[in-house]
Write a protein that binds this ligand. Structure first.
Ligand SMILES: O=C([O-])CC(=O)C(=O)O
Ligand SMILES: [Mg+2]
Length: 531
C-alpha cells in the first residue's frame, strides 16, 4: 500500500483533487481498500488518493487527530495537525458529548451532517455505536424538519441533483459523481416527504438519511451509495417564495415532461451502473409512486420503500403482535386510515399472506381489509371515481363518512394509520376501537412525530392501557397508572437496509413479493424476541 501511494504521489500528482486525478490499474486507498480499475474509469472524475492538506479535507479518508505518527509522515501531514494523537474512541467520546449538549434536535442533525462531511468513518462509528440515540436525528423524525429547513441550513451538496435543466444530459450528470461503483441509489422527487408534503428539491435530506442507514445498519460501503433528488419543481408556495430555497422555482412538471425525465434517468442509471444497481424509490407522491414501480419493476432492480418496505415491516409487526392479541391473521379485521402508498401496500401484503396461509384467493382475503380515505370508507359505490390502486378495496357496503363511524360499523381488531395526517386517531376513535376489543392493535404509522395519528401516551391513556401500540416515529416509554409501556416502532428502517443489502449481494436483478414475505418472516422473529 505504501509503495502504491508513493507511486501515485510521484507519478500522478495525486494532491490535485479537482477534478480527481486518473490513476492506472486497480489501486488501494490509504486504508488498503481496492478501488476501480482503469477500464471502469470512464470519466474525468476518477479515483485518486489525497494526501497532506487535501487528505484532511477528504471525508472519506480523514481521521483528524487519529492519524498515527507513521501516517503523518507517510501522507505529508506533519505540522498540519497538533502533536496529539487520539484514538477513534476518544474522538467518539468527544463528539457524543458535544452532540448531547445541543438542546435543539436540528442542531444535533447539523452536527452529525458536519461530521459526515469531515470524517465519514467517525460518523458511521458514532452512528453504529449510538444507534438508538442518533437514528432519530439523522433519520425520522428530525430529518423531516431538516428537509423543511434544508435551504437555510444548506452547506454542501450530499448527493446528485437532477433537475429539468439537466434533461438530455442525465448520463453526463451521473458521470460527474466521483464514485463509479454504485450499488444503491435512493431517489426522491420530493413530492411527498414523510407526511410533510411537497418539499421539492429539499427532499434531498431523505435519500441522504436513508443511505446513512444502508451503511450503519446494512453495512453497504458509503461510497457505493448515491442519494439523488429529481427536481421537477414544487407546488409548495412557501418554498417558491423562500429566498433560501435551493430548487427550481417553478410549479411541478407533470405528464409527458415528467415521465420523459424519469425515463431518461432510469435508462442512464442502467447504462452507467449496470442492471444490478438497486434503485430505491422514496417519498414520491401516490400518483407517480405506483406507476413508476409498475413501469420499472419489470426492467430494473427497483424497490419502493413506502409501498413495499413499509408493507413488510407492518405485516411483520402484525404477525408478531398476534402473540399478544391472539388468533391467526385471517381471524382479524383491518381498518386503515389512509389509502395511499403505505396503506394499500400494507393491505395488499397482508391480503397476500392471508391468502397463502388459508389457501384462499386473494380476492377473498382482501375483504377482511377496509380502507378509509379523505372521502370516507372506500366502498363499491365509489369505485368508478377511485384511483386504480384503491379499487381492489372497494367492498360492498353502505357509504360511511368518517373514521369514527367506520370503526363502529366495521369493528376492526386492527386499526392502522397511514394517512400522513396527524392527530386523526382521536380519543373517540381509540375509545371506540377499545370498546370492541380486549386488546386493540393500533398502529400510527405516519411520520414524522407531528404527523403521527396519535401519540403513544394517547393510545395507552385512551385505551386504559389495553392498546398494543406501534408507530412510524419513535416514542419514549409511557407511564400509565404506575405501569411503564414500551411501544414498538414500525418503520421501514427495519427492512430496507437489510433487504437492499440482500438484493445487492445476491446479484438480484428484480424484486418479487416472495422476497418481501421472506424478509418479513425475519423481522417477525426479531419483533417476537423484543416482546
Ligand atoms: O422515512 C420514514 O421514516 C418512513 C417513510 O418511508 C416515510 O414516512 O415516508
Ligand atoms: Mg418514505
Amino acid at each position: 500500500m505504501e509503495s502504491t501511494l508513493k507511486a501515485l504521489r510521484d507519478g500522478e500528482s495525486v494532491l490535485d483533487l479537482s477534478p480527481r486525478s486518473t490513476v492506472s490499474g486497480g489501486v488501494e486507498d490509504v486504508y488498503g481498500e481496492d478501488h476501480a480499475t482503469e477500464d471502469q474509469l470512464v470519466t474525468p472524475w476518477n479515483f485518486s488518493v489525497a494526501s497532506g492538506y487535501s487528505l484532511l479535507r477528504d471525508p472519506q479518508y480523514n481521521k483528524g487527530l487519529a492519524f498515527t505518527e507513521k501516517e503523518r509522515d507517510a501522507h505529508y501531514l506533519r505540522g498540519l495537525l497538533p502533536p496529539t494523537i487520539t484514538s477513534q474512541q476518544l474522538q467518539e467520546k468527544q463528539l457524543i458529548n458535544n452532540i448531547r449538549q445541543y438542546q435543539v434536535p436540528l442542531q444535533k442533525y447539523q452536527a452529525m451532517m458536519e461530521l459526515q462531511e469531515t470524517n465519514e468513518r467517525l460518523f458511521y462509528k458514532l452512528l453504529i455505536d449510538h444507534v438508538e440515540e442518533l437514528l432519530p436525528i439523522v433519520y425520522t423524525p428530525v430529518v423531516g424538519e431538516a428537509c423543511q429547513k434544508y435551504g437555510s441550513i444548506f452547506k454542501r451538496p450530499q448527493g446528485l441533483f437532477i433537475s429539468l435543466k439537466e434533461k438530455g444530459k442525465v448520463l453526463e450528470v451521473l458521470k460527474n459523481w466521483p464514485e463509479r461503483s454504485i450499488q444503491v441509489i435512493v431517489v426522491t422527487d420530493g413530492e411527498r416527504i414523510l407526511g410533510l408534503g411537497d418539499l421539492g428539491c429539499q427532499g434531498m435530506g431523505i435519500p441522504v438519511g436513508k443511505l446513512a442507514l444502508y451503511t450503519a445498519l446494512g453495512g453497504v460501503r458509503p461510497s457505493a451509495c448515491l442519494p439523488i433528488t429529481i427536481d421537477v419543481g414544487t407546488n409548495n408556495e412557501k418554498l417558491l417564495n423562500d429566498e433560501f430555497y435551493i430548487g427550481l422555482r417553478q410549479k411541478r412538471a407533470t405528464g409527458q415532461e415528467y415521465s420523459e425525465l424519469l425515463q431518461e434517468f432510469m435508462t442512464a442509471v442502467k447504462q452507467n451502473y449496470g442492471e444490478k444497481v438497486l434503485i430505491q424509490f422514496e417519498d414520491f407522491a401516490n400518483h407517480n409512486a405506483f406507476e413508476l414501480l409498475a413501469k420499472y419493476g419489470t426492467t430494473h432492480l427497483v424497490f419502493n420503500d413506502d409501498i413495499q418496505g413499509t408493507a413488510s415491516v407492518v405485516l411483520a409487526g402484525v404477525v408478531a403482535a398476534l402473540k399478544l392479541i391472539g388468533g391467526n391473521l385471517a381471524d382479524h379485521t383491518f381498518l386503515f386510515l389512509g389509502a395511499g402508498e403505505a396503506g394499500t401496500g400494507i393491505a395488499e401484503l397482508i391480503a397476500l399472506e392471508m391468502s397463502k396461509q388459508t389457501k384462499t384467493p386473494i380476492e377473498e382475503t382482501r375483504k377482511k381489509i377496509w380502507l378509509v380515505d379523505s372521502k370516507g370508507l372506500i366502498v363499491g359505490s365509489r369505485k368508478a371515481s377511485l384511483q386504480h390502486f384503491k379499487q381492489p378495496w372497494a367492498h360492498e357496503h353502505e357509504p360511511v363518512g368518517s373514521l369514527l363511524e367506520a370503526v363502529k360499523v366495521i369493528k376492526p381488531t386492527v386499526l392502522i394509520g397511514s394517512s400522513g395526517v396527524g392527530k386523526t386517531f382521536t380519543k373517540e376513535v381509540i375509545e371506540a376501537v377499545t370498546s370492541i376489543n380486549e386488546k386493540p392493535l393500533v398502529l400510527a404509522l405516519s411520520n414524522p412525530t407531528s404527523q403521527s395519528e396519535c401519540t403513544a401516551e394517547e393510545a395507552y391513556e385512551w385505551s386504559e392501557g389495553r392498546a398494543i401500540f406501534a408507530s412510524g416515529s419513535p416514542f419514549d416509554p409511557v407511564e400509565y397508572k404506575g405501569k411503564v409501556y414500551y411501544s414498538g416502532q414500525a418503520n421501514n428502517a427495519y427492512i430496507f437496509p437489510g433487504f437492499g443489502l440482500g438484493l445487492v449481494i445476491s446479484g438480484a436483478i428484480r424484486v418479487h413479493d416472495d422476497m418481501l414475505l421472506a424478509a418479513c418472516k425475519w423481522i417477525t422473529n426479531y419483533y417476537i424476541q423484543q416482546t
